[in-house]
Design a protein around this ligand. Structure first.
Ligand code: AMP
Length: 248
């Protein structure tokens, strides 16, 4: 079984984002970029399925600028077999990403597509669900455990009331939650090996997808600065303070 893993190049999760002075977006100049953390978990899960003998090939896909090649090389160094870069400098919204992934799924016929549950830059949490609808295949979102048996995949999902277990007929779509696994670091020899793994270069036009944005960002602002807390001597003082502030 082939597994397709879409990986997005995003601002590194350790970096504190700065908003551009004109309020048009986040300043990405000279900022460290990395693989979306949920996508690292997706790559790790695919590798574990290959190590268990369930998967035979892992194909990583990224839609983004030429630098997204670095993100794909990271996936290859972790253990993916080959990669596809769908190169564009446009801001690609989840629907266009899902359309491109649908076209790739038609070409590659994977048994499983494992995506992150959300990209930490746009926080959309849409692509996996849209792909499931476009491709007409079942989806198990926010998976914290994934088991493939025969022609189905079982996923554990954390929901408000507890744990939900869903069984999906393959081919299926799974999106990863933080608790699914702890991604491995690529070793130096594997980073070197990844340089010679195949990486295909494509464009959205190759898949007949128009990436023109449908949304217009009107304004981006920094979050309000939190005011400093105060210390109170005891519970009576705390209650008095809360009453004074009108919250008790
Ligand atoms: P989102 O719906 O934008 O929150 O993204 C959810 C998931 O879709 C991500 O964790 C990735 O697995 C995948 N994805 C979104 N955008 C891209 C992209 N440009 N290239 C590759 N994968 C993507």
């Amino acid at each position: 079984m082939k597994i397709l893993v879409p990986v997005k190049r995003v601002i590194d999760y350790n970096v504190k984002p700065r908003v551009k002075s004109d309020g048009t977006g986040v300043d990405l100049a000279n900022v460290k970029m990395s693989m979306n953390p949920f996508d690292e978990i997706a790559v790790e899960e695919a590798i574990r399925l290959k190590e268990k003998g369930v998967a035979t090939e892992i194909v990583a896909v990224s839609i983004g600028p030429v630098k997204a090649q670095e993100t794909l090389r990271t996936a290859l160094a972790m253990g993916a077999d080959r990669a596809i870069l769908v190169q564009t400098d446009d801001e690609v919204e989840p629907l266009a990403v899902a359309k491109i992934l649908k076209a790739i799924a038609d070409e590659e016929t994977p048994g499983l597509v494992i995506l992150g549950k959300q990209a930490i830059d746009d926080d959309s949490n849409q692509t996996g669900q849209m792909l499931a609808a476009l491709w007409g295949r079942p989806q198990g979102t926010f998976a914290s455990e994934v088991t493939v048996e025969g022609d189905s995949v079982t996923g554990k999902r954390e929901v408000d009331g507890g744990l939900e277990v869903v069984k999906l007929a393959l081919p299926a779509i799974v999106t990863t939650d933080l608790r699914l696994n702890e991604p491995r670091y690529a070793s130096l020899p594997n980073i070197m090996k990844a340089k010679s793994k195949p990486l295909a270069n494509k464009t959205p036009a190759d898949y007949g997808v128009d990436t023109t944005p449908r949304l217009k960002t009107l304004k981006v602002t920094e979050p309000a600065v939190r005011s400093a807390g105060i210390k109170v001597a005891d519970v009576d003082a705390l209650v008095a303070k809360l009453k004074e502030l009108g919250v008790a």
